[in-house]
Design a protein around this ligand. Structure first.
Ligand code: NDP
Length: 451
């Protein structure tokens, strides 16, 4: 990076940090993008003059609201609700809703910012947003979750709509929560529209939406491996998380011939040296969806496996790592363990699961490494396909949706190669994804004037 560009990055980040104090995750996400796209921006005076990047880091709208609800004993609780509508240059705002006690403004802003670039990569007409609450669904009854979702939507409904902002699920928000949110939205608006995605199959949902993030991650990873003449076949794979993304990533990796040996949750991880199989996966689906159980129960059920409380899986030797739990779950020391254990490829199912120091370790050691905004874009892509089906009042077959998903992931991979291939033929997927995504958003913003 030349000194003019380095100065631009330093001044830009100093301003972002001063204007958004204490928002560490947001700063981290912005820095990654700005470092990638600064050479492009500084070579385009019109983007500098019109302060396009300065506008992108300032969300178009941020909503913060009170969410009061009562538990089954009649006690009153108050949570905080968020919706960050980051950028609508490419289409209606689109992005998930997260229910987790860690949710705060910094996390919402980083996710909405990432989503803007991810949605750009999908090539579908979607702007970027994210929302959520510090509500913890763990241990709550169905009725409590329903009352919370209804209260949350009682404020959110006035800010969203099928042509305005279309939320979906994320951590802590799956099919059950989308159902309750949709029911309340429909009641308040008195209309049945595709304003949420991830809906039930019988009432407007798309086939393969639950599978899409995990499957798309594996399709993208296959393409990455293909650049080195490799594939999933015979590879040992570590997966973190045991939720929506992790489950379907594990299923697809397994079906592509890999041996998946770990899953985790926030309490610890299980290691199964024999690898998951269809029967074990069926047990995990049931454990999580029906019983809302913990992953440690896997080790009780399958005696050859071991549960490691309070640990993450990264010290287990592997060929491929697919982090699918949460942000910053791979730190520098974890990345070093992955390298020492023979890992050749890291593709992110979660959003920003690797710290900048961990990414540096991957890149220094020549690993194939893809950021979540490229590799996990299959989920939002299929949400976009759900929106299309809702607008057309059609229902596509699983094969049709899957072929769209494969094509989109392949196109995203091609965009990463176009902007991320180094002179020596290696690929910097971070630069490739950020640059391809930025150009599309920036061009649309230039076309639409100063709004
Ligand atoms: P789920 O709620 O279905 O599952 C999340 C999993 O991650 C759970 O096993 C959970 O464990 C674990 N987890 C959550 N927080 C932590 C933490 N702080 N430390 C360790 N483990 C944690 O969420 P999803 O599978 O939908 O989402 C996982 C990741 O993928 C997130 O980063 C999300 O933003 C991203 N993503 C999701 C998409 C989707 O379509 N759902 C699309 C694109 C990205 P526990 O039960 O203990 O909380």
């Amino acid at each position: 990076m030349d000194s003019f560009t380095r100065n631009y990055v330093d001044r830009f980040m100093a301003d972002v940090i001063a204007r958004n104090p204490g928002e560490a995750e947001f700063h981290q996400a912005v820095r990654e993008v700005v470092e990638s796209v600064a050479p492009y921006i500084t070579a385009c005076p019109h983007l500098m003059d019109k302060k396009v990047m300065e506008r992108i880091v300032e969300p178009e709208r941020i909503l913060i609201f009170r969410v009061p609800w009562t538990d089954d004993r009649g006690e009153v609780h108050i949570n905080r609700g968020f919706r960050v509508q980051c950028n609508s240059a490419l289409g209606p705002y689109k992005g998930g809703i997260r229910f987790h006690p860690s949710v705060n403004l910094s996390i919402m802003k980083f996710l909405a910012f990432e989503q803007t670039f991810k949605n750009s990569l999908t090539t579908l007409p979607m702007g970027g947003a994210k929302g959520g609450s510090d509500f913890n669904p763990r241990g709550k009854s169905d009725d409590e979750v329903m009352r919370f979702c209804q209260s949350f939507m009682t404020e959110l409904f006035r800010h969203i709509g099928q042509d305005t902002d279309v939320p979906a699920g994320d951590i802590g928000v799956g099919g059950r929560e989308i159902g309750y949110l949709f029911g309340q939205y429909k009641r308040l608006r008195n209309e049945f529209t595709g304003t949420l995605t991830g809906k039930g199959l019988g009432w407007g949902g798309s086939l393969l939406r639950p599978e899409a993030t995990g499957y798309g991650l594996c399709y993208f990873t296959e393409q990455m491996l293909g650049t080195r003449g490799e594939s999933f076949a015979g590879k040992t794979v570590l997966i973190s998380g045991a939720g929506n993304v992790a489950q379907y990533a594990a299923q697809k990796a397994m079906r592509l011939g890999a041996k998946v040996v770990t899953l985790s949750d926030s309490d610890g991880f299980i290691y199964d040296p024999d690898g998951l199989d269809e029967e074990k996966m069926a047990y995990v689906f049931e454990l999580k969806k029906i019983y809302r159980g913990r992953i440690k129960e896997y080790a009780d059920k399958y005696p050859g496996s071991t549960y490691y409380p309070g640990e993450r899986p990264w010290r287990i030797p592997c060929d491929i790592a697919l982090p699918c739990a949460t942000q910053n779950e791979i730190r520098k020391e974890d990345a070093e363990k992955l390298v020492a254990g023979g890992c050749m490829c890291v593709a992110e199912g979660a959003n920003m699961p690797s710290t900048p120091e961990a990414i540096h370790v991957f890149q220094e050691n020549g690993l194939l490494y893809a950021p979540g905004k490229a590799s996990n874009a299959g989920g939002v892509s299929t949400s976009g396909l759900e929106m299309t089906q809702n607008s057309m009042r059609q229902h596509w077959t699983a094969e049709e949706v899957d072929s769209h998903l494969r094509r989109i992931m392949s196109d995203i991979h091609a965009a990463c190669l176009k902007y991320g291939t180094n002179e020596d033929g290696t690929v910097n997927y971070v630069r490739g994804a950020n640059t391809a995504a930025f150009i599309k958003v920036a061009d649309a913003m230039m076309d639409q004037g100063l709004v």
